[in-house]
Design a protein around this ligand. Structure first.
Ligand SMILES: [Zn+2]
Length: 389
């Protein structure tokens, strides 16, 4: 009995959702018959136009339409010559059952219906370049960037950003777009853009910030990395979507953005950029998520309590006891200054030296030998810790 009931229910649901024109059988003879040749003619994101064959029944006074199983409405201005209706205010990418029936003085005739699915919505996005190293809350739009879908059923399709950096892909069926951004003087980047999730560059551990890139479709781009810095970045564990931007005044690092005055200038900018990448490594070690902080703290104060920093502080203490002076001190008047700033800066200096970048000289062998001579315990630390885990 239970199984019989179940199959009846299933049958009823099937009829309700798919049966069209079933009322023919019970339609009284004196009301109009169902519209003939009901067809979907034009579909947009919000409208569906349906057409039908002209009736020869001159008693028809108007036509009515119905969306799914909702109430019937009169097609405004309709009469016996009417042969089309546009259903509007529909939702994009949604299937509808659309019904039409004729009415005369005897009453409503039998209906016919068609199924139609509205077109998918457009995909909107914006391409931005960050303007400082704060939590990326400020960024400027980049116009005339070509955005290309590189995989999926619409691979190869390409649009350009307007002056506000915005781009639109019309009627995107897939929820995910794998897009590539290209611009002269800017590094080519690939990014997954998702409708409902923040835009992040492809990485197993994307960082999350409360910045513009947390808006769906927004992608941040930066300058091209100079060749010499790529080796360092490949070896160090740096933040996931580290961006390089040019800066008017000085080199700096913060929240996944490194700034340099001129990334192609060999010295001393090279020193500065490697130093900033070393800060990105400190940041990468603690990998804070959400607003750029963990438990409300900035990344540098998190780093100081990491195993890497604890080992560094031990090595620093050992150098203090054995060597007694601190050649890479940030405060020359107080070379063993134990403030957070002093320690993260000094550590970035050690890291930059380890990667071959020291004052007016780029030479890995020379700089590593220099470190071993002047900071032997911290040189050992660098050998152990300054690599990808
Ligand atoms: Zn620094």
């Amino acid at each position: 009995m239970a199984s019989l009931k179940k199959s009846i229910v299933a049958l009823l649901i099937l009829c309700a959702s798919t049966a069209c024109g079933g009322e023919d059988i019970v339609a009284p003879l004196d009301v109009p018959s169902a519209p003939r040749s009901l067809t979907v003619s034009t579909v947009t994101q919000t409208t569906v136009e349906v057409t039908w064959a002209a009736t020869t029944n001159t008693t028809v006074t108007r036509y009515e339409y119905q969306i799914n199983d909702a109430f019937w409405s009169t097609i405004p201005g309709s009469d016996n010559t009417t042969t089309s209706h546009t259903f509007d205010s529909l939702i994009a990418n949604t299937q509808y059952t659309l019904s039409i029936r004729a009415v005369n003085s005897a009453g409503e005739g039998a209906s016919d219906c068609v199924a139609a699915t509205t077109l998918p919505p457009d995909f909107f996005g914006q391409v931005l370049i960050p303007v400082d190293t704060k939590p990326r809350t400020s960024a400027v739009p980049v116009g005339s960037v070509s955005v290309t879908i590189v995989s999926g059923p619409r691979a190869g399709e390409r649009v350009e950003t307007d002056q506000n950096g915005q781009y639109v892909f019309l009627e995107v069926e897939e929820d995910r777009l794998h897009i590539r951004l290209e611009k002269e003087k800017h590094e080519t980047k690939e990014a997954i853009v998702h409708r409902t999730k923040a835009t992040t560059l492809t990485d197993t551990l994307p960082l999350e910030y409360e910045g513009p890139q947390d808006t769906p479709g927004t992608v941040l781009i930066g300058l091209a990395w100079p060749e010499y810095s790529k080796q360092v970045m490949d070896t160090l564990s740096v933040v996931a979507d580290l961006l390089l931007i040019s800066s008017e005044d000085r080199e700096s690092y913060g929240w996944g953005v490194a700034t340099v005055k001129d990334p192609e200038e060999p010295h001393p900018t090279k020193t500065g950029l490697t130093h900033e990448i070393c800060h990105a490594h400190q940041h990468g070690v603690v990998r804070p998520r959400g607003g750029g902080t963990t438990s409300g703290k900035p990344w540098d104060s998190d780093w100081i309590s990491s195993p890497e920093a604890e080992a560094y502080l031990e090595a620093r203490e050992a150098d203090r006891e054995e060597i007694g002076y601190n050649r890479l001190a940030t405060f020359p008047d107080d070379p063993w200054n134990d403030s957070l700033l002093s320690i993260i800066e000094e550590n970035a200096n050690v890291c930059a030296r380890w990667w071959g970048v020291g004052y007016r000289r780029y030479d890995i062998e020379y700089q590593r030998a220099w470190l071993k001579e002047h900071l032997p315990n911290r040189a050992e630390w660098a050998e152990e810790w300054l690599y990808r885990p």
